[in-house]
Design a protein around this ligand. Structure first.
Ligand SMILES: Cc1cc2nc3c(=O)[nH]c(=O)nc-3n(C[C@H](O)[C@H](O)[C@H](O)COP(=O)(O)OP(=O)(O)OC[C@H]3O[C@@H](n4cnc5c(N)ncnc54)[C@H](O)[C@@H]3O)c2cc1C
Length: 504
């Protein structure tokens, strides 16, 4: 038997990244142990998982989640039986055609590749519960639950290179060492393993950027799951500047609404967490109002809020040399992304595949570290950079909107016009352009791949040249009321933040 397959592998954390890692390594014939602090999911239904699965380790478990096409493809191609189980449990596939503006939908004809732009969506508890149950049935994956990792075991070789040899975990009131040849850190955004390694001398650096928003999510259930509100011209997701909203159809007649508020909107972020305010806001968003109306659905949860959202990239190599050997961070512990883009789980899935391939390709610990992190950079870095750029621009826009003295310069006006009067109407009026855009959105193509095709650029420029009047039918309809109207409607002051900014 291949000696590599006998390596002792510990995966710390059995959330999304831990599960993708366990599945990818098990698929290659490896045995591994997952140490997870939380209890296993209840053995019963998706509803029970949503209501009672205790996950102290995942604060965002009950926020809206969807898996982008990149992850859908990964499941479809590598785990067709898991896909069947997910769909049988009520997870939904939202296809490329489902997301098209109604005007494009009328004449839509599928072409090869459209099947690669399908989103998988449900309550995250359902996605994770089914994945966990599936992983639990694989003979070579062992789950140790209630196992809280509290420390990392390291040693330095003769050349002073730091290597990981295991972890210390507390389980059932006892603390013990778990020795391993390979430790995977899948302990999520609050993982402490990198801090512990730095204390041991690893010198791992990171770059961070604020996502610039706070997340607010509420869950609902349709009175009649077979009778969903019909799609209208107004999309179920959009950006009003002071609120970004998204409707997430989920499993078993459930759906959730997420409202993301710029950090700078202090009034709104204080008020939105009250369920009555949240519902009043939804009632004024034509893209979701029919869903949250009391005659259509009823709320199933309070409003879950989440702040401190950052993007973070940790550098595990320096000049191509590993800072630490036999240690592979994956998922949020190594790369965190703004949840608005729905990329975190796809990042984790892609990284799990990269790790499985790396471990198979060589026994050399240095080479493994180099290959794994080079692969993460190749697959994910462009998406990360593109996201950070967009976030910084959105944060600037939110700040400018509250600043009464702000006057955009020529460059800013030109960029705005190119985005709003060229790209947006062009994409909404041309199914091939929409395809090109969605392929990047889904991480199937690199960001902005559309711009490398001169035919696409010329379509966008022609649309811009036609002017607003002749493009009138291509603009999205009004997504909701303005800021003053919305804040006033829920009893908040539309001027308080502006006054605060002026006096600052
Ligand atoms: C509000 C919000 C919404 C999001 N929406 C989306 C979305 O729509 N689509 C998408 O793709 N991504 C989304 N993301 C990102 C996605 O949720 C994360 O990228 C994903 O959860 C990362 O998986 P992970 O396994 O790294 O971390 P987690 O899923 O957080 O799992 C970490 C696991 O490690 C365990 N653990 C932690 N510490 C220890 C320890 N010391 N010992 C043992 N076990 C431990 C935890 O209990 C947990 O099970 C969202 C994120 C947020 C915050």
């Amino acid at each position: 038997m291949n000696a590599r397959l006998n390596e002792r592998i510990l995966v710390v954390g059995g959330g999304i990244a831990g599960l993708w890692t366990a599945l990818a390594l098990a698929r290659k014939g490896r045995e591994l142990t997952v140490l997870e602090r939380d209890p296993p999911p209840p053995e019963a239904s998706a509803d029970e998982a949503f209501e009672s699965w205790e996950r102290k380790g995942v604060g965002h478990l009950r926020h809206s989640h969807a898996f982008l096409a990149r992850l859908h493809i990964l499941i479809r191609d590598n785990y067709p039986d898991l896909m069947e189980e997910l769909l049988a449990a009520g997870c939904r596939e939202l296809k490329f055609a489902d997301g098209l503006p109604l005007t494009l939908q009328e004449n839509y004809k599928p072409v090869p590749g459209d099947q690669d732009m399908t989103i998988l969506t449900s309550r995250r508890t359902t996605l994770e519960f089914i994945m966990r149950r599936y992983a639990g049935r694989q003979q070579n994956i062992r789950f140790e639950t209630g196992a809280l990792v509290r420390g990392i075991l390291t040693e330095k070789d003769a050349a002073g290179q730091l290597r990981v040899t295991g972890v210390t975990a507390e389980q059932n009131g006892e603390t013990r060492d778990w020795l391993a040849d390979i430790v995977v850190d899948a302990a999520g955004k609050n993982s402490q393993m990198i801090e512990w390694l730095n204390e041991a001398g690893a010198d791992i650096t990171e770059e961070t950027e604020r996502a610039g928003i706070l997340y607010f999510t509420r869950h609902y259930r349709l009175h009649d799951p077979k009778n969903e509100p019909a799609r209208t011209k107004i999309p179920g997701a959009g950006d009003l500047g002071f609120i970004k909203y998204g409707l997430f159809p989920a499993d078993n007649g459930c759906f959730s609404i997420t409202l993301a508020v710029p950090e700078i909107e202090m009034e709104l972020r204080r008020g939105i967490v009250r369920p009555e305010n949240f519902d009043k806001i939804c009632a004024q968003l034509p893209g979701v109002a029919a869903w949250t109306a009391p005659e259509t659905s009823e709320p199933q949860s309070r409003v879950f809020g989440m702040g401190e959202l950052i993007s973070r990239w940790r550098h595990m190599t320096k000049n191509g040399e590993a800072r630490v050997l036999n240690f592979f961070p994956i998922g949020d512990s190594v790369i965190r992304t703004n949840p608005l883009y729905g990329r975190g789980c796809s990042f984790a899935g892609v990284a799990a595949e990269a790790l499985a391939e790396t471990l198979d390709s060589t026994d050399d610990a240095r080479e493994r570290a180099r290959l794994y992190h080079a692969q993460l950079a190749k697959e994910l870095r462009q998406h990360y950079d593109d996201m950070v750029k967009q976030d910084l621009a959105a944060t600037r826009r939110a700040k400018n909107a509250l600043d009464p003295n702000y006057k955009p310069g020529v460059k800013a006006r030109l960029f705005k016009s190119f985005a709003e009067d060229a790209i947006l109407p062009a994409v909404r009026g041309d199914v091939d352009l929409m395809r090109a855009f969605m392929r990047s959105f889904h991480m199937v193509d690199a960001p902005n791949t559309w711009a490398r095709d001169p035919r696409n650029v010329s379509k966008v420029l022609r649309t811009w040249a036609r002017g607003k009047k002749r493009n009138a039918g291509l603009y999205p309809p009004k997504l909701g009321p303005g800021r003053t109207e919305m804040l006033t409607s829920i009893g908040l002051s539309p001027t308080a933040d502006k006054e605060r900014m002026q006096s600052a």
